[in-house]
Design a protein around this ligand. Structure first.
Ligand SMILES: [Zn+2]
Length: 419
């Protein structure tokens, strides 16, 4: 038994220790974890400032993504984080605009899970600098809120545990042998050969982390108690692939325009990437069964976009019927997507002038390979605004879900089988 005197003296000792100022430790920057990407250019221990550049290999896509951890922080101190994007190159050796790598506000996290934004940074040519008080001994900084393969796995596992209608599955293994997690929301046994199918996917371009958050918002809404979601689940199966290009997300590479071509230029007769191959196979089958009604591909656009927008069918792939369905869908989305990010009225398309592999873009493939009533569409959610963080992205996803549900109140298939 301890004596009262002993307890008192240890209490005093503890109080004394608490009162002593914690020395600022040596700042250590690391990026050797899944999704990490940073080459450390300088750490100034005196001014508590860190300078990095993105470390992605251009062979594996635009090196605009960066994500690193800082430890040795004295809680409450202010760090200066700088990103030098002056030397970014594309795979062909030409310069990559620094705009892709320099958000006005960086993403930061004190636990590696909950992401916030810094205040606006200071941009000087191809460098940006953000100043952030850190109330923890470590912090993570990134181009945008991270969403790595473990987050995809955790999402599909959590939802399948929580909701009886959700089943997690593996879409495929990647070329590097990694698992591609996916899920399906389906009320098993209910008219299973006539139920409509929606396919939602994100991260054909690995760096565009916002897409996974938008998709998560959509699918979490779809399994919610919102009467619109309940009605949607009654008649529709919803597939979601949170990360298509798992390998480049895992290795912190950008993915976009990787060699020989990226996932969203791979929707051909001979797809190179396993996730694309598996998705095409599933979509073809659902379309053959006359079940597929919608395909949504989630992306982040260029730095100057301040509103979400849809890439719609180019005239080359449009028919009056296809256009009418697409217009009806966009009209309800326009009503839903008001706050905090308002859907842009502009609806560009990815036709022959956009890219020489335009036919191998996923939405275009869907538009040319599936029935006329199928809406294949790309949603680009802006990443460079104060709302381009988890809550804003999740909200856009919920609104997308409500748009889909309202659009599908009427079955768009011309002659659905009788109930
Ligand atoms: Zn993209």
């Amino acid at each position: 038994m301890q004596t009262a005197g002993y307890r008192l003296s240890s209490l005093i000792l503890s109080l004394l220790l608490l009162a002593l100022p914690v020395e600022a430790g040596e700042l250590v920057v690391s990026a050797d974890f899944p999704g990490g990407s940073a080459e450390v250019l300088k750490v100034d221990q005196r001014t508590r400032s860190i300078t990095v550049c993105p470390a992605g290999d251009p062979q594996f896509g635009w090196p605009c993504w960066w994500y690193f951890k800082v430890s040795g922080v004295k809680p409450g101190e202010t760090l200066t984080v700088s990103v030098d994007a002056s030397t970014l190159k594309q795979a062909n050796g030409s310069k990559l605009s620094a705009n892709w790598a320099l958000p006005e506000r960086a993403a930061f996290s004190l636990d590696g899970k909950t992401w916030k934004q810094t205040g606006p940074g200071t941009r000087e040519k191809d460098h940006s600098r953000w100043i952030q008080q850190v109330d923890a001994e470590q912090a993570w900084f990134a181009w945008g809120p991270a969403f790595v393969p473990a987050d995809a796995q955790a999402l599909v596992d959590r939802l399948s545990r929580k909701h009886e209608d959700v089943t997690a599955f593996e879409l495929c293994k990647t070329r590097a042998g990694r698992s591609v997690p996916a899920l399906v929301v389906s009320q098993a046994g209910k008219n299973s050969d006539d139920r409509m199918v929606i396919w939602i996917q994100a991260r054909q371009h690995a760096w565009e982390s916002g897409g996974s958050w938008v998709g998560r918002g959509c699918i979490e809404w779809a399994v919610s108690d919102d009467p619109l979601a309940v009605a949607l689940r009654e008649k529709v199966d919803i597939y979601y692939v949170p990360i298509m290009d798992i390998d480049n997300v895992a290795t912190g590479n950008g993915g976009k325009n990787q060699v020989p071509h990226d996932h969203n230029r791979d929707w051909s007769e001979m797809p190179r990437w396993n996730a694309v191959q598996a998705a095409m196979k599933a979509l073809r089958q659902f379309d053959r069964q006359n079940r597929l009604v919608m395909f949504v591909d989630l992306h982040n656009p260029g730095a100057s976009s301040k509103q979400p927008f849809f890439y719609i069918a180019p005239p080359e792939l449009n028919t009056p019927r296809r256009k009418a369905q697409q217009d009806a869908f966009i009209a309800v989305c326009r009503e839903e997507m008001q706050e905090p990010l308002k859907l842009d009225r502009s609806t560009p398309s990815t036709g022959p002038k956009y890219d020489k592999r335009w036919k191998e873009i996923s939405s275009n493939w869907v538009r040319s390979a599936t029935r006329e009533h199928v809406v294949g569409i790309t949603l680009e959610t802006c990443w460079n605004t104060p709302h381009s963080q988890p809550q804003g992205y999740l909200t856009v996803g919920q609104q997308l879900g409500r748009g889909i549900a309202r659009y599908l109140k009427q079955d768009p298939r011309p002659s659905p089988a009788l109930d």
